[in-house]
Design a protein around this ligand. Structure first.
Ligand SMILES: Cc1cc2nc3c(=O)[nH]c(=O)nc-3n(C[C@H](O)[C@H](O)[C@H](O)COP(=O)(O)O)c2cc1C
Length: 188
């Protein structure tokens, strides 16, 4: 099984979450290609797609939005999950945080199976007026690998859409044990 993980990230935090997702998939013997959303031209050869976006001022990163809009038709025919990053505290690990409106809209556009909000990251040395002001109060790294691993296990075990017999996750979900001989996560 081959899964594409794409992201829209301004300062690298969401890119790091996408890489964690890629590693978690690789640990489950899934081939994962992790790449910025803006670089992808085709979804050919992928069995599922994960799209992540940083949240700024309640807006989902534009590269993630554009990716979903541009590939909506192809995505609608694949299992798709979205994720967002994220709160600069531990709230994402304490409870489920609803996607922002733009991410909800993207979920509708591509018939996504689910969404997860992960904690975010903000450097204390960040540039920019708004970000700098925020960093004085909230700088830190709230990305949680355990949270990411749990979510990846969840989506790999999620029962598929029964109406689509060609859906690879539908076939794989109930008896996910056979390990593939090799696994590869390409973090570009
Ligand atoms: C100016 C600014 C506004 C932000 N607004 C939000 C927000 O509305 N909701 C949220 O959950 N996080 C917000 N954050 C936190 C970012 O989403 C978090 O830092 C995220 O990890 C950034 O991802 P990136 O490093 O990939 O750009 C904001 C951060 C900054 C600096």
């Amino acid at each position: 099984m081959r899964i594409l993980v794409v992201y829209g990230s301004k300062r690298g935090g969401t890119a790091g979450l996408a890489a964690m997702i890629g590693s978690a998939l690789e640990s489950a013997d899934v081939i994962a290609d992790v790449t910025p959303a803006s670089t992808v031209r085709s979804l050919e050869g992928y069995d599922a797609v994960i799209v992540g976006g940083a949240v700024y001022m309640h807006r989902w990163h534009k590269d993630a939005r554009r990716f979903v809009r541009r590939h909506a038709a192809e995505l609608a025919a694949l299992p798709v999950w979205l994720f967002s990053s994220g709160p600069l505290d531990d709230s994402a690990t304490r409870g489920v945080i609803e996607p922002v409106e733009q991410a909800k809209q993207a979920m509708r556009q591509c018939h996504a199976r689910g969404h997860m909000t992960f904690g975010g990251r903000l450097s204390p040395y960040v540039r920019g007026f708004a970000a700098g002001a925020m960093a004085k109060q909230m700088a830190g790294d709230w990305r949680d690998r355990t949270h990411v691993n749990r979510w990846v296990r969840e989506i790999l075990g999620q029962p598929g859409r029964p109406a689509r017999p060609a859906d690879p996750l539908t076939r794989a979900a109930p008896q996910r044990a056979p390990a593939m001989p090799t696994a590869r996560a390409a973090v570009r």
